[in-house]
Design a binder for this molecule. Structure first.
Ligand SMILES: [Zn+2]
Length: 362
C-alpha cells in the first residue's frame, strides 16, 4: 500500500505536498475502519513519525489520538487489554467507536500460539437435562464455582452465539434497575460481578434459558441461584430473599428464579450478578446494555488470557436509533462512513430513520 510505504520513509521533512497527500489517505483509511490494519506492518518508529507529521501539518486531531492509542495497545498484554476494555465499559457514555477499534486490533493481532478459527455459530447439544457437557466435566450442586482453574486452558479464541435459535432463546434483564457497583477491582478486592439495586421481594429473572445448577445458601452469597445456559455461560444471582426454583429445574429466559433481598454478606438489598465461562468471571457489561435493556451483540467473543477470558462483543454492532439521529451522526459516532452503513443495512444514504430502528454499525 503506497500509504504505508510513504509512512515508512517519512523521517524528517520531505516535500510538503507529498506528506499532505499521505495524511489525507490516512484519514480516509480511518474513516473506513482500517487504520489498525493499515499500520499493522509498520514499526513503532514509523507510526510515531506518521503521527508527528500529521501533528505538524494539522495539529493534534482524532487520528493522532488513534495512532497514539495503537502505539500503546500494541505492547499491552492480554491482561492489560482486559483491564482497559473493562474500564471503558464503566463510562456512562460507553465509547463504542473506541472499543470497535480495539476489537479490530485484537482480532488482527498476531498470536504466538496457533489460533483456533473462531466458530461463528456455536451450536450446543440438543435439549438435554444438563446443558453444555462439552464445556464442563461436572455438574455440581453444592458449590457455585466448583471448576478446576485449568478448565479451558486449551482454549484460544472462540465465539459464543448467545441467543437466537429455539434452544438458545432470547435475552432478559435480571433486574431492570441501576447498577450500583461494577465489575473488577473495587475497594481493595476483586468484584467478580456487578451489583444491581433492588427492593426486597423484587423479582429476579434468569437472563437466558437453562437449567438451575445451584439453589441453596452458600457463604457470603447468602441464598444464591446459579443457572447453566445452553449457550455455555453460567450466571449467578446472589443475596436472594426467597427461592422460586430448585436445583435441576429447567428455566426459560425471564423466568423468576428468586426474590431479591440482602441475604449473606450484603449491605442493603441488591442483586449480586455474575457471568462466568468455565468458571472464569467475565464482565456482564461487555455484552449486556442495561440502558438499552438488550444484548450489545448476539455473539460474544472470548479470548483466553493467562487468568481468564477477554470478553467483547463481536464486531457486529447494532445502534438503536434515537430522536434526532441521522445516518451521518451515527457514522461519526462509531468511526465509520454513511456509505458503509448504507451498504451494511441495505438502505439509502439519505434514508429517513425511524426511532427505535436497529442500524447495524459494523
Ligand atoms: Zn456484588
Amino acid at each position: 500500500m503506497s500509504w504505508a510505504m510513504a509512512g515508512g520513509g517519512k523521517e524528517g521533512s520531505e516535500g510538503t505536498s507529498n506528506t499532505t497527500r499521505d495524511t489525507v489517505q490516512a484519514v480516509v483509511l480511518y474513516g473506513e475502519e482500517l487504520l489498525f490494519d493499515a499500520v499493522d506492518g509498520l514499526s513503532d518508529q514509523q507510526i510515531a513519525a506518521l503521527r508527528d507529521s500529521i501533528m505538524q501539518h494539522q495539529g493534534a486531531n482524532e487520528l493522532c489520538n488513534y495512532l497514539n492509542l495503537y502505539l500503546s495497545l500494541k505492547n499491552k498484554t492480554d491482561e492489560e487489554l482486559t483491564l482497559y476494555i473493562d474500564s471503558l465499559f464503566e463510562s456512562d457514555e460507553i465509547p463504542y467507536a473506541l472499543i470497535n477499534q480495539i476489537n479490530i486490533f485484537i482480532m488482527n493481532r498476531p498470536e504466538e500460539i496457533p489460533m483456533v478459527v473462531p466458530k461463528d455459530l456455536f451450536v450446543t447439544d440438543s435439549l438435554e437435562s444438563i446443558p453444555c457437557r462439552h464445556f464442563y466435566p461436572e455438574w455440581v450442586n453444592s458449590n457455585p464455582n466448583p471448576y478446576d482453574v485449568n478448565l479451558g486452558k486449551e482454549d484460544t479464541s472462540l465465539s459464543l452465539l448467545l441467543v437466537g435459535n429455539d434452544l438458545l432463546g432470547e435475552f432478559s434483564l435480571p433486574v431492570d434497575n441501576v447498577i450500583t457497583s461494577k465489575f473488577g477491582w473495587r475497594d481493595g478486592r476483586n468484584h467478580n460481578g456487578i451489583d444491581v439495586d433492588l427492593e426486597v421481594w423484587d423479582p429476579v429473572k434468569t437472563i437466558f434459558p437453562g437449567v438451575v445448577r445451584v439453589a441453596r445458601t452458600y457463604g457470603g452469597f447468602g441464598r444464591v441461584v446459579v443457572v447453566r445456559h445452553y449457550n455455555g455461560l453460567e450466571t449467578t444471582y446472589a443475596h436472594l430473599h426467597r427461592f422460586k426454583v430448585k436445583e435441576g429445574d429447567a428455566v426459560t429466559s425471564g423466568q423468576v428464579i428468586g426474590l431479591g433481598g440482602s441475604s449473606g454478606h450484603s449491605t442493603g438489598s441488591h442483586l449480586h450478578f455474575e457471568v462466568r465461562f468455565k468458571g472464569k468471571p467475565i464482565n456482564p457489561l461487555s455484552f449486556i446494555s442495561f440502558k438499552e435493556k438488550a444484548l450489545v451483540n448476539d455473539t460474544l467473543m472470548l479470548k483466553r488470557t493467562t487468568n481468564g477470558y477477554l470478553a467483547y462483543p463481536k464486531g457486529l454492532m447494532i445502534h438503536i436509533v434515537r430522536k434526532g439521529d441521522t445516518l451521518y451522526e451515527i457514522a461519526k459516532m462509531y468511526g465509520t462512513t454513511t456509505y458503509k452503513l448504507a451498504e451494511l443495512n441495505g438502505i439509502r444514504r439519505n434514508e429517513y430513520l425511524i426511532i427505535g430502528q436497529r442500524i447495524r454499525v459494523i
